[in-house]
Write a protein that binds this ligand. Sequence first.
Ligand code: UT7
Length: 374
Amino acid sequence: MILKKYASISRVHMNSAVSSDPTSKKTSDADAIAKSVEGKSWFKCRPVGVGACAGQQTVPNKAFEALVDTNDAWIKKRTGIAKRHLLAEGVGLRDIAVASAQEALLNSKVAPEDIDLVIVATSSPDDLFGDAASVASAIGATNAAAFDLTAACSGFVFGMVTASQFLQSGTYKKVLLVGADALSRFLDWSDRGTCILFGDGAGAVVLEATETKEASGLLGFALHSNGKGYSNLKVPFQSKYIEVQNEEHTKIDQGEYQKMTMNGPEVYKFAVHEVPLVVKEALTNAGLTSNDVDWLLLHQANVRIMEHAAKELNIPMDKVLKNIEEYGNTSAGSIPLALTEAVRAGKIKPGDVIAISGFGAGLSWGAAIIRWSG
Ligand code: UT7
């Protein structure tokens, strides 16, 4: 099926290469080769199964009316969010990461002991030393190396590209990537500009090595960061020094992490500017155009950002995957959560081309062009 779909794309490329019709829907092979960026085009990597798990407590917009000066109508209109799911008492980030990973393994028919590497993309681990090793252990990935990766809401895209490098090099054959966040842990529940936006959730994908371009499921990518925008979205560590009563008067830092702060309008402007550009860049690296995209799946931060990006990319809204209404912004969890729901619902078919893009704190942003083969 996947080969069939790819063959049909290739055929159109070949046909359009000899066609003089400038309105031809697909890019030609020649265009693709000319445009593709060495090292950022197709990879020996494909997604074979996904899973997801959201927080267990559902919190509708109305619940915020008791906390801050806001209302359901404002939140829906300005963000597209109707509710979000928060971790239940006694449930950790590792728990939802493990549940999503188990579903991804089941769907991919890959045995846990065959996983070579576990990456957990998160900014809100249960343990600052990292959750990946304990997630690997809990799912029985006894032969896997494991580490956490922090790139905030871009974490899943950055994680997928990181995983692909291990597969491309031949170092590993199977990687489990989890995107998971519980940013509710860092929210200031008196700040209406942030507390209404976020939910807790996780999603996972099993990626496996492939040999040929025809079988590849990562067709191109683009990643960017700009620390100059750092202060627009942050959860900083605030130092607080105490002096030890020794001869040296040693000062030790006993500070702690602060609540999240965000300059919403600035992050919004950054997102609407950069997201369409980075998706186009990744498509170019893949030798494709917007016309080749079956599904556009953006980080679920604001439905208005999705609408704007879709318009810029000339992709109709019925090709945009969204579940922000149900979950809000789940940071690194948002893309794999929406991907899993679309696969579960049978929307995404083998061979479909999906453009994914994550963006957020750092500032960081990126896009990857996937061909589904689960
Ligand atoms: O995941 C990482 C990436 N994150 C994002 O991409 C988020 C990007 N930013 C956004 O999505 C939007 O900026 C927000 C949803 C955060 C805010 O929406 P906005 O339309 O940009 O609102 P604003 O901050 O410009 O505020 C407009 C008005 C202000 O009132 P005044 O000054 O005009 O009287 C705000 O105080 O809306 C007010 N406001 C609210 N009112 C009711 C801000 N938050 C709320 C609220 N309820 N929750």
